[in-house]
Ligand binder design. Structure first.
Ligand code: SAM
Length: 334
């Protein structure tokens, strides 16, 4: 299946060899990741927005199933390097021992991208030519990780991308004060009934701690029940999303990386971010518009409006519906 490129994206980007554009269009359509069961969202658009230099050094800060990484590798020659990070050991193992085995240009690293500066220093890289972020979870984490990302099964309430790091969702839900729970469900989940949800959680946990996704989803279904047409989003969706964001400090680590990015890129290097949540997109938009007190910005924004998926891609991959891609180039000092 072909990915439709928006005219504007082609006009604003430096000229790419036409063979590369064609190859990317074909492979992001056919680049189904077997182990992770998904297509890279806005795959062609992301690699074009990075304006990959064939011999350059690039970072895929959210490796996942390696869909975007493989597209970047396609655009690199034998001198090129790709540092690919994930805080979940499984994508890293899959890159090292599965799809990326024997790929000398790829360095797969187990790390949170908030530590990207340290990782690049360890690799002896003073700066890179591009950084890509494709935020959120991978399909395998949702479907079979057993870590409670989905409300549809009955798994421990964990929700950590890094199975060894930080608080679990169960710790958040059973120990946060009611007002803090209400705030995070309101802000991160955009749940209008956040206070009602927080009150119900606190009442339930007085009797017994909430330990599984099934227990929480059941409580949310009772608390938020509203008769209505079928097909509305499940009432648990917003609270689950809020817990995932809190558990993984998603907005905090994103903010850290966005602030560090100008120091991690070479002049002319590109930052490309694909986000799925309005709060993430707002952080990205604001970071790329940042100006210091002298009115100086380290960025030249590549697209005025975020790039979004076309109808073809959304049909093939419904998760692409809410994706927004923003890109900026680090300004080269004269
Ligand atoms: C949407 S998936 C990436 C999919 C990938 N681009 C592809 O096409 O296969 C996001 C991945 O980023 C990882 N991730 C999320 N936040 C991270 C962070 N702060 N640091 C490192 N990895 C992170 C998740 O574990 C997940 O595997």
């Amino acid at each position: 299946m072909r990915v439709q490129l928006k005219r504007s994206s082609l006009l604003e980007l430096p000229l790419q060899p036409i063979e590369l554009v064609e190859a990317l269009k074909m492979s992001s359509g056919g680049n189904w990741s077997r182990a992770f069961g998904h297509w890279p969202v806005l795959g062609t658009e992301a690699v074009l927005a990075l304006a990959v230099k064939p011999g350059g050094a690039y970072v895929d800060a959210t490796l996942g199933g390696g869909g975007h990484s493989r597209l970047i590798l396609k655009a690199l020659n034998s001198e090129g390097r790709l540092i690919a990070l994930d805080q979940d050991p499984e994508p890293v193992r899959w890159a090292r021992e599965g799809w990326g085995q024997g790929e000398k240009r790829l360095i797969a690293v187990l790390s949170n991208f908030e530590k990207l500066g340290e990782i690049l220093a360890e690799q002896g890289l003073g700066g890179v030519d591009g950084i890509l972020l494709d935020l959120g979870f991978n399909s395998r984490q949702l479907a079979i990780s057993g870590r409670g990302f989905s409300w549809s099964g009955d798994e421990p309430l964990d929700m950590r991308f890094d199975p060894k790091g930080g608080l679990t969702a169960a710790q958040v839900i059973n120990h946060y004060q009611e007002k803090d729970l209400a705030n995070l469900i309101w802000h991160y989940g955009e749940e209008k009934a956040s206070r009602r949800v927080a009150r119900a959680i606190v009442r339930a946990r007085r009797i017994k701690a909430l330990e599984t996704t099934g227990e929480l989803a059941g409580l949310l279904a009772k608390t938020l029940y509203r008769p209505g047409p079928p097909g509305r989003i499940n009432p648990a969706t917003r609270t689950f999303m809020a817990l995932r964001i809190e558990t993984n400090r998603e907005l905090i680590v994103l903010d850290t990386l966005l602030k560090a990015a100008p120091t991690l890129l070479k002049p002319g290097g590109r930052l490309v971010v694909i986000s799925f949540h309005s709060l993430e997109d707002r952080l990205v938009k604001e970071a790329l518009r940042f100006k210091d007190e002298q009115g100086y910005s380290p960025w030249r924004v590549v697209y005025k409006k975020p790039q979004t998926a076309g109808a073809d891609e959304i049909r093939r991959n419904p998760r692409a519906r809410s994706a927004k891609l923003r890109a900026a180039e680090k300004i080269a000092l004269k």
